[in-house]
Each structure stands twice: as C-alpha cells, then as structure tokens.
Design a protein around this ligand. Structure first.
Ligand code: HEC
Length: 158
C-alpha cells in the first residue's frame, strides 16, 4: 500500500514496528471487521444454523416472504425430485457460506432430523461437490424443479 512506502525510508526495524503499530490501530478502529475474521463455527449444528443460516431463513426455517423461501416447506419437496438434492447443496447461501463443508454437512443432517426429512444422511463429499458446482440461474432452476411457473408468495414460491 502506498501509505506504507514512507516506512521503507526508515531503518528497517523501526519501519516494520511503525507499520505494525499502524495496522493494530486500524484494526482497533475497525473492530467489527477484525473480529469477523476470527469467528469460528461452534460444534453444535443447531447453533451453527442459527448463526449462519437463520439470519435469512428464520429460526424455524420460515424464511421471509418475497425474499427467502420457507425452507421447512421447500426442502422436503426438493429432496423428492431428481436433481433437487443437488440443487439444495449448490444454492448461493450454501456455496458461499462461511461454514466449511464438514460443519455444513452437520447443519443439513440436523435439519434432516429436526424436520424428519428422511432419505440418506448428507455426506461431506456430497456437500463439497455441490459447492463446486454453484447454481447460476437459481430462480429458473428452482421453479423448474418445483414445477412452479413463478414466485408465488404463500406457497413454495417466495
Ligand atoms: C443471505 C441470506 C441467506 C443465507 C445466510 C442462507 N441462505 Fe439459503 N437461501 C437464501 C435464498 C434467498 C434462497 C433461495 C434461492 C436463492 O435465491 O438463492 C435460499 C435457498 C436455500 C436452499 C434451497 C431451498 C429453496 O427453497 O430454494 C437451501 C437448502 C438453503 N438455502 C440452505 C441454507 C443453509 C443451510 C444456510 C446456512 C448455512 C443458508 N441457506 C444460508 C438465502 C440465504
């Protein structure tokens, strides 16, 4: 960064120390950002759902009308149609989650048990494969899988 170029003129140890002090001061002014980088997932899948998913999907999966689908309603339907399971692990909220694939797998299996979804338990390799193939036309793919023509609030549309 250009701002650090002035330190190259100082004797090396002093220049480095000054750069460190400035970085520490900038971090303390911008604590939210510095802390976010340090956040670790918990070992409890329910807590991880609350921390990493519920902000959008709601504490009970109810979603937000017009914005986020009702996961409790849509996930069972998606798991019944060919390609739906792969879609579920390839949506942007999953692909870009801060959670790693192991913790994400635990969250999916927590939802599977909590909502009695049936089917095979999710595996980490399945989640990893899904995350490597993000869905780009999410709304079109979703509508095709669920057999809905468009977003229709009050149903599995949102
Ligand atoms: C920033 C908001 C947001 C976050 C955070 C988020 N999601 Fe989503 N999720 C959405 C939206 C919106 C959709 C609908 C598809 C789309 O437009 O991406 C969706 C779709 C889904 C779907 C497919 C169901 C459907 O009806 O389309 C699954 C499964 C899912 N999310 C799981 C998760 C899990 C698990 C997490 C937490 C690790 C998570 N999401 C975090 C917003 C979010």
């Amino acid at each position: 960064m250009a701002v650090f170029n002035i330190f190259s003129r100082l004797p090396r140890p002093i220049g480095r120390l000054s750069a460190l002090v400035i970085t520490a001061v900038l971090c303390s002014l911008n604590t939210h950002r510095c802390q976010a980088l340090d956040r670790k997932p918990t070992n409890n899948p329910h807590t991880n759902y609350v921390l990493y998913c519920a902000g959008c999907h709601g504490l009970t999966g109810e979603g937000a009308i017009h914005h986020v689908p009702n996961l409790k309603q849509s996930l069972p339907l998606l798991l019944q149609v060919p390609g739906g399971r792969q879609f579920a692990v390839s949506v942007p909220g999953v692909v870009n989650s801060e959670l790693d694939s192991t913790h994400l797998t635990q969250v999916f299996n927590y939802l599977r048990e909590e909502w009695s979804l049936g089917g095979e338990p999710f595996t980490t390799s399945e989640i990893e494969a899904g995350r490597q193939h993000p869905i780009l036309r999410v709304h079109q793919s979703r509508a095709a899988l669920l057999g809905i023509s468009n977003s229709d609030p009050g149903t599995v549309g949102y």
